[in-house]
Design a protein around this ligand. Sequence first.
Ligand code: FES
Length: 110
Amino acid sequence: MPTVTFVSDRLPAPVSVEAAAGELLLEVVRRAELPLWWRCGHGTCGACLVRVSHAGQPVPFRLGRKERNVMIRQGYLPKTALADDDFIDSPDLPRLACHIAVTEDLLISF
Ligand code: FES
């Protein structure tokens, strides 16, 4: 089972939670009752932004359309970012907790 460790200035100390393989990060957050704000739960509001660290970074990956659109709208990606562009999975690029399936140990900051 992957372990997800959360760090935030909204937490008194880091919190580690076990996740089922493939579980959405937002579900882990909700189950653990962590103070990460979210609204829509499906990648349109952009409220659930997190920074993700894991052992495999940095690595190229593709963002889904909804997540890419939120990143463009919030200024994290240029308006010219295309669906078939590769992006670099690293803590430098915020991600949406409602779009991340947990498949390995993660360090999440918010
Ligand atoms: S909860 Fe709205 S984008 Fe994730």
